[in-house]
Design a protein around this ligand. Structure first.
Ligand code: CMP
Length: 135
């Protein structure tokens, strides 16, 4: 069974989409094995998104991700990484396929409702970073 890291971002939490998003996750065969509502610290957000540190949107991304509560979750299931990425849709909601989480719930490229690990290596790294918040 594969695991992946899911974040329901501050825009989606504020808009009360958590329940709907988790209903879709479960109906796509994924189990939510950990879930915690938390306001991310700057340190965790910077570490989590460190691959984007040199990108022009990095400070905006960290500011947004620490601005309010997120729901951080570990999902488990067969092909969890690709199943959840397909369910999320494209990063930019304007390009997300109809019916995907970002097409349904995202406001913009930065306020794009959800995050998911993009590879097996990222999933291990992201779960490791977030594991301390589940303790
Ligand atoms: P996420 O899947 O969480 O990974 C990195 C995030 O950076 C991405 O979703 C977007 O919300 C955000 N972001 C903001 N601006 C851009 C951009 N120009 N290109 C890619 N990602 C961006």
């Amino acid at each position: 069974m594969e695991k992946t890291l899911c974040i329901i971002k501050p825009d989606a939490v504020k808009n009360s989409f958590v329940e709907e998003i988790n209903k879709s996750i479960k109906s796509n065969g994924l189990e939510i094995i950990n879930s915690k509502q938390i306001q991310l610290s700057k340190k965790i957000a910077e570490d989590f998104y460190s691959e984007h540190a040199e990108r022009p949107f990095f400070s905006e991304l960290v500011e947004f991700m620490t601005s309010d509560f997120s729901v951080v979750q570990i999902l488990q299931g067969e092909d969890a990484i690709s199943t959840y990425r397909k369910l999320m849709g494209a990063t930019n909601p304007e390009e997300a396929e109809e019916g995907t989480l970002r097409a349904r719930f995202a406001e913009s490229l930065s306020k794009n409702a959800v995050h998911g690990s993009d590879s097996a290596d990222s999933a291990i790294r992201e779960i490791d970073i977030m594991s301390k918040i589940f303790d």
